[in-house]
Design a protein around this ligand. Structure first.
Ligand code: MG
Length: 215
């Protein structure tokens, strides 16, 4: 694998992920919509890029796609005000929160963390980034297709916690840093990936896009 550089030419630092940030997805998982953002992390080693392959290890059961808008931070700090939060964003990408669903279900049942279910190598594909200035104001549509068939369609206007709220909340807990990424949650329609599948995803009418094979 080559090195994955973020828009600033440095390694992604922390990869924050938001669970159940679209109510229709919470519903399909039979899970309540959170009243404060539900946060988990992925390791930087899980990142991969368009053109690479999502590697599903044998014997881990069902592995699902969750298409998400990914925020790249260009600035950092603590206790960032919601009104200023977008000033800390350098750009956006479309990504997939690849999830070993059976392992996650088992972890949930046992009250254990999701780290393993979410953190295998290649379980965090991200497209190229488009700068905040170039993408302009949201909300944006985004979608994912498997073998040409659209499985997930979302609009960032439907987030339970919009991006400024997520940044403000995260910064109450963590010191955010330039190069951090935020996977902002998936809309309804998550589904299984199988070896041989081709997965494509796009943001804002294809202004950035992902194209990967599953092996
Ligand atoms: Mg997710």
């Amino acid at each position: 694998m080559d090195f994955l550089l973020n828009p600033f030419g440095i390694f992604a630092r922390t990869i924050y992920c938001v669970g159940r940030n679209y109510s229709e997805h919470a519903k399909e998982m039979n899970s309540p919509v959170p009243t404060v953002p539900l946060i988990f992390l992925k390791p930087g080693s899980a990142l991969c890029r368009s053109g690479w392959k999502i590697a599903i290890p044998p014997d881990i059961g069902q592995v699902d796609h969750e298409v998400e808008v990914v925020v790249a931070l260009g600035g950092g700090g603590k206790n960032i005000a919601e009104a200023r939060a977008l000033d800390f964003v350098s750009g956006y990408a479309v990504g997939i929160d690849v999830t070993a669903r059976d392992l996650q279900a088992e972890a949930k049942k046992k009250g254990q963390p999701w780290t393993v279910a979410k953190g295998y190598d290649t379980f965090a594909p991200v497209s190229d980034f488009i700068s905040r200035q170039d993408l302009g104001e949201g909300p944006w549509d985004f979608s994912l297709a498997v073998n040409g068939q659209v499985r997930q369609k979302g609009n960032t206007g439907d987030m339970v916690f919009p991006i400024p709220k997520l940044i403000a909340y995260l910064s109450t807990v963590f010191t955010l840093r330039p190069g951090d990424l935020i996977f902002t949650g998936t809309p309804a329609g998550v589904g299984r990936l199988s070896p041989g599948d081709r997965v494509t995803a796009e943001l804002a009418g294809g202004r950035v896009a992902l194209d990967l094979k599953v092996e």
